[in-house]
Design a protein around this ligand. Structure first.
Ligand code: ADP
Ligand code: MG
Length: 389
């Protein structure tokens, strides 16, 4: 459990006065629907019970001061001159969100902020979206601004695109803003419509960070993305008005797959089957069918490994270990690939044995130390403290 009172005290000690608001926004893990977002497809992420917290107090002037407990460092900027910082990346998430709110003609007043988190950063749990959404919501609270969750998510995504320079999809910000406790969120990345899907109470989700990060991830990602667009172009003469692989069915690929060179056929086969799996998975989860859900997760992993080719040996090892561990319904790599984490669906009453088996197995197989995170589905952005005026 995160200690909000401790953040309150740290803020008061640092800034000399107590905060008037504390907001939080969660990280997320994607249960299924990988590499489907930029194909206008479906994703099924879950907000985590771990989050980034922002304690805040309005200032009478136009200055924003931000202290990050993670970096033990302060940033300071003027609301009338919000620019990118070339030196420190972390401050750009905050500045970018402020700039995005201003670009929507939302008048802001100065503030002192303290940022803290119990979410590991850089593990693929989207601490970046959690930070953006928490900061955006904090400014909403301080300035009495009403924004729909979808709009807040778009401001947050815009900050990451323009100030941070990462061309991310909308999934992370959307689930950080709109996630519901006890639920995953089925998101249609074409129109951003979404549906909460209950996660049965007898299941929990375990995230295992392989500890591996490949520098190639960015270029490999762009290459896959371009391949998907090319596949759409080549299929269009046969299938007519398709805009994205989202519009292609498995039956279409069976009929017209010969229009694609083998490497593009593999890419298309993953995306098309993954979209179908994600919709089936949402129904399975909603029906409480954890066995079916687990099978779909495993099929997703195999497709990512063999067709989309974005897995690596360590992720394959983690999935293999998970499937042999107690209480596991299913497991897969999650995130873009070439490193990062796996997500496993595990019976709640077996989760301790599962975690032990994973730590031991990974140490034996790779010599690496694993720190599995046991997660339940948290809620989207919220205010956890408000001073009564
Ligand atoms: P992920 O989103 O998967 O955790 P990213 O590389 O997208 O990984 O985002 C991590 C970056 O977000 C960090 O390097 C840092 O710049 C910023 N960040 C995340 N959490 C915090 C925090 N608590 N305080 C300051 N910056 C943070
Ligand atoms: Mg991120």
């Amino acid at each position: 459990m995160y200690d909000v009172a401790k953040l309150y005290s740290a803020f008061e000690e640092y800034f000399g006065q107590p905060p008037t608001r504390i907001a939080r926004a969660p990280g997320r893990v994607n249960l299924i629907g990988e590499h489907t977002d930029y194909n206008d497809g479906f994703v099924l992420p879950m907000a985590l019970d771990r989050a980034t917290y922002v304690a805040a107090r309005p200032r009478p002037d136009r200055v924003v001061r931000v202290f990050s407990t993670k970096f033990r460092e302060e940033d300071q900027f003027d609301l009338d001159q919000v620019v990118r910082d070339e030196r420190r990346q972390w401050v750009n998430y905050i500045r970018g969100v402020v700039k995005g709110l201003q670009a929507r003609d939302l008048p802001l007043q100065g503030a002192d902020l303290m940022i803290d988190s119990d979410l590991p950063s850089g593990s693929g749990l989207s601490s970046s979206a959690a930070l953006e959404v928490a900061v955006g919501y904090t400014f909403q609270l301080l300035n009495n601004i009403n924004l729909l969750g979808e709009e807040l998510a778009l401001v947050a995504q815009g900050a990451e695109h323009t100030f941070v320079g990462v061309k991310c999809g909308i999934m992370d910000q959307l689930v950080a803003a709109l996630g519901e406790a006890g639920h995953a969120l089925l998101i249609d990345c074409r129109d951003l419509s979404y549906r909460p899907i209950p996660i049965p109470a007898q299941a929990c989700v375990v995230v295992c960070d392989s500890g591996v990060r490949h520098r190639l991830a960015g270029s490999e990602y762009n290459q896959r993305r371009a391949g998907c667009e090319e596949a759409v172009r080549l299929l269009r003469p046969a299938l007519g008005k398709i805009q994205a692989l989202r519009d292609v069915r498995s039956t279409d690929l069976a009929m017209y797959g010969n229009l694609l060179p083998p490497d593009l056929l593999r890419l298309a086969r993953h995306v098309v089957s993954e979209n179908e799996r994600t919709l089936t998975a949402a129904d399975a989860l909603a029906a409480g069918d954890l066995t079916k859900m687990g099978q779909l997760m495993v099929a997703s992993h195999i497709s990512l490994r063999d067709d989309y080719r974005v897995s690596i040996a360590e992720l394959d090892t983690l999935v293999e270990l998970a499937l042999a561990a107690p209480g596991c319904f299913g497991s897969r790599m999650t995130g873009g690939g070439f490193g990062g984490s796996t997500v496993s669906l595990v019976a709640a009453d077996a989760v301790d044995a599962f975690v032990t088996a994973m730590i031991d197995g990974y140490a034996i197989r790779t010599g690496r130390k694993l720190q599995p995170l046991i997660c339940t589905a948290g809620s989207g952005v919220s205010c956890v403290y408000a001073h009564e005026e």
